[in-house]
Design a protein around this ligand. Structure first.
Ligand code: SF4
Length: 432
């Protein structure tokens, strides 16, 4: 008699097999990565981007930048087939840079070079480095080289920092620069903890003003709260700024981070230890109830900080077997990945695609999906509570005990909404 092969993907027999990611990693499914660079650059006061690309890219990127409130025009040359085939990329780029320099209140001109300009051979040597005293900074972010928008943020920030950051002879003692686009309350929470130890936050990057970027060079150390600022860290390290990796996340992460910052800033050891233990006790008090116990949660995003959320969920009692992100692996992601795998995570997928996420949904049974819009829609069709990672989770505090309570309480609330999602599916079936 033939052996019965279970067909239902959620059959236990199938789930006992290790998860296998099957998508092609050469073509990441993300919005044009250059968006990340534009997001950082358009937010800097006085920066007037000139974007060197063709009209198709310009349309899409202008749309998405304004959707995320860039509040300034993006200057670009007219680059269509005629201009490209007649070899006028350089002239068109220089004309756009000149036009950018003539805008009101411009103090710096980032030149964003994208796929078309790079392929057509835009030459850095033939671009101006300054116009009327206004620095011109080239930012190369073609999608074939920079695969995700978080990594494009890093390239853009590093390019501007390279131009402006200078280390003074006497850096400011006890000060920390934070690196990461975080919820506005997070730097305040971190500053509060640092002040209890005799230190303080000097600036948070990516900043809103060139002066904030310059300040980072004056700090005793920089803390990379998100694990994709490799270039920016390199720029600051070259200037002699100490680096603290990891983030103050959850019980174990926060205490270890506080101690690492204390050592990097050369703060009083006893005071640092006292603060680390106070944070640990407060966090453990909240976690004693294990608010997410019994829940299996999928985390998928393209922000680059997904592993931090997953750590928090696991400390809250959840099982998080699968995490995917658009960024690539690096030394900055290694510690979080190791921690997650030691705490029950079976698959950490870098440069993910929707096919990976959907395969994971077939492989495990989830109580909550925190994912991209496409994945969240797929989960809703199945009656599983689901939210869009970027707009729903990334807009809440995350760090230290305060951030942990805010994030985990919200996730608990989402888990409780399952009956609503199931009613939605029943209703759709009834009318369909
Ligand atoms: S061609 Fe390149 S720069 Fe243009 S939209 Fe596509 S990925 Fe972005």
């Amino acid at each position: 008699m033939a052996e019965m092969i279970p067909l239902h993907p959620r059959d236990e027999t199938v789930r006992n097999e290790p998860f296998v990611a099957g998508s092609c990693k050469l073509h990441p499914q993300t919005m044009c990565p250059a968006f990340g660079a534009l997001r950082v650059l358009t937010r800097i006061e006085g920066a007037q981007p000139a974007m060197i690309t063709d009209t198709g890219c310009l349309y899409g990127l202008t749309f998405v930048s304004h959707f995320y409130a860039s509040r300034k025009s993006i200057i670009a040359p007219q680059l269509g087939t005629a201009e490209l085939s007649s070899g006028q990329v350089q002239e068109a780029a220089n004309a756009a840079i000149m036009a950018a320099s003539e805008e009101q209140n411009v103090s710096v001109i980032p030149v964003i070079s994208l796929c078309v300009a790079e392929t057509a051979g835009l030459s850095e040597e033939l671009l101006p480095t300054e116009i009327d005293g206004k620095p011109v900074v080239l930012v190369r972010v073609p999608a074939y080289a920079i695969h995700s928008h978080p990594e494009a943020k890093d390239i853009a920030l590093a390019a501007v920092m390279r131009r402006f950051v200078e280390r003074p002879e006497q850096p400011e003692p006890g000060t920390l620069a934070l690196l990461g686009e975080v919820f506005p309350a997070d730097p305040l929470l971190i500053d509060g903890v640092l002040r209890r130890m005799g230190g303080r936050v000097l600036t948070t990057l990516p900043g809103r003003h060139v002066d904030e970027l310059k300040l980072a060079g004056h700090a005793s150390a920089v803390a990379s709260l998100h694990p994709f600022y490799r270039e920016t860290i390199g720029v600051l390290r070259e200037q002699g700024v100490g680096v603290v990796s990891g983030a103050p996340i959850g019980v174990a992460g926060s205490a270890a981070w506080i101690r690492a910052v204390g050592a990097a800033l050369d703060l009083d050891e006893d005071t640092v230890e006292q603060v680390a233990q106070q944070e640990q006790t407060a966090a453990e008090g909240f976690l004693a109830t294990q608010p997410l116990k019994g829940a299996t949660i999928l985390v998928s995003g393209y922000e680059g900080n997904e592993m931090l959320y997953a750590r928090l969920l696991i400390e809250g009692g959840a099982h998080v077997p699968y995490i995917s992100t658009s960024i690539g692996p690096s030394m900055l992601t290694a510690a979080d990945e190791a921690w997650l795998k030691a705490h029950g995570t079976e698959a950490v997928i870098y440069r993910k695609a929707i096919e990976d996420d959907k395969a994971a949904m077939d492989h495990w049974t989830f109580d909550l999906v925190i994912g991209t819009t496409t994945l969240a829609a797929h989960a809703k069709e199945l009656g599983i509570p689901s939210v869009y990672y970027t707009n729903i989770l990334s807009v809440r505090p995350l760090f230290l005990t305060g951030g942990m309570i805010a994030s985990l309480s919200f996730v608990r609330d989402l888990l409780d909404r399952r009956p609503v999602y199931e009613r939605m599916v029943d209703f759709s079936r009834m009318i369909g």
